[in-house]
Design a protein around this ligand. Sequence first.
Ligand SMILES: NC(=O)c1ccc[n+]([C@@H]2O[C@H](COP(=O)([O-])OP(=O)(O)OC[C@H]3O[C@@H](n4cnc5c(N)ncnc54)[C@H](O)[C@@H]3O)[C@@H](O)[C@H]2O)c1
Length: 347
Amino acid sequence: MKTILLTGGCGFIGSHFVERLVASGYRVVNLDALTYAGDVANVSSVAKADNYVFVHGDIGDGALVQRVLSEHQPNVVFNLAAESHVDRSIDDAQPFLKTNVMSVYALLAQCLAYWRNVASDQQSKFLFVQMSTDEVYGSIEDGLFTEQSNYAPNSPYAASKAAGDHLVRSFRVTHGLPTAVVHASNTYGPRQFPEKLIPHMISSALAGQPLPVYGRGVQIRDWLYVDDLAMGLERVVKSGEDGGVYNFSGGDERKNIDTVTELCGLLDELAPAHDTYSDAITYVKDRPGHDMRYAMSNALVGDRFGWTPTTSFADGLRTTVAWYLDNRDWTKRIAAKGYDLKRIGTG
Ligand SMILES: NC(=O)c1ccc[n+]([C@@H]2O[C@H](COP(=O)([O-])OP(=O)(O)OC[C@H]3O[C@@H](n4cnc5c(N)ncnc54)[C@H](O)[C@@H]3O)[C@@H](O)[C@H]2O)c1
């Protein structure tokens, strides 16, 4: 049984990935600092599983990471821990530099020391996987980014993720640590922190608040349902290769205003109020440096892993809205940890 040290497993994507790996029989060690964005309740379904261990701690804590590596002897380290919200990085980039750059460096340094000491027949089987984003490639007017595209990050968040990716690359080239990097497009689904576009709009609509859309809402995002991404990440655990770069995208592009309008239509159906929710849409001053379009090809992961997204946006959005309606207490409790309804998110 492979052991996976997964970081950030109490967050949105991490919690779905943890559930998937545990169900598939991997031994999963989840290291999470439980920042405002993480909550152990997100992984309560696996808390008692024999093949699951939770460690509360920071990826930047070298002594702790060293102990966890030596105790659990992972075959794969999958780093999802991050500061992940673009708007927060515009307000203050410091926590992004700390977690997404310095702490990635600290994690890599511990992984390198660990890897140098594992048995030589196991060294080539080890893999450090860095979870990254399509945002490191910047904005694209036409066509699709591929795994060969150059980095051109535009927000402090994207720049910090790009720096983390470059450190990962340097540890591979300089020290020989086997590494891979995954880029995912805008991911959505249950348990996403309510500052991101889709849950933010759902929470605001249900609270009778305005639905703030940046600019004219014409920015284009490519949406990927979280279970589809988790399925792809599991393929990386199973068959990812040293030096691999893997782009996972939903192939479902739409303007932000169309996403919000579709969401309002679903809320009208599932949680009718006396007015249509779309009446609450308000256009607000655009975000500085706002990327117009993200779009990546997922051809390589289709060829390499036979992966393709299986959830249409219509189905994924319906499941997501239904989940937030059924879990209003979750949103209230999570929101109390540092979410301001007036903070605008575009995911
Ligand atoms: N959500 C998206 O649309 C998206 C798209 C592409 C890539 N990503 C990347 O995927 C990863 C997960 O994203 P998410 O949306 O699930 O994020 P999230 O903000 O929901 O969760 C982040 C998790 O990391 C933990 N964490 C933060 N700092 C830590 C530290 N120093 N040590 C240990 N744990 C720490 C938090 O407690 C939380 O559980 C991130 O690396 C993000 O950059 C996200």
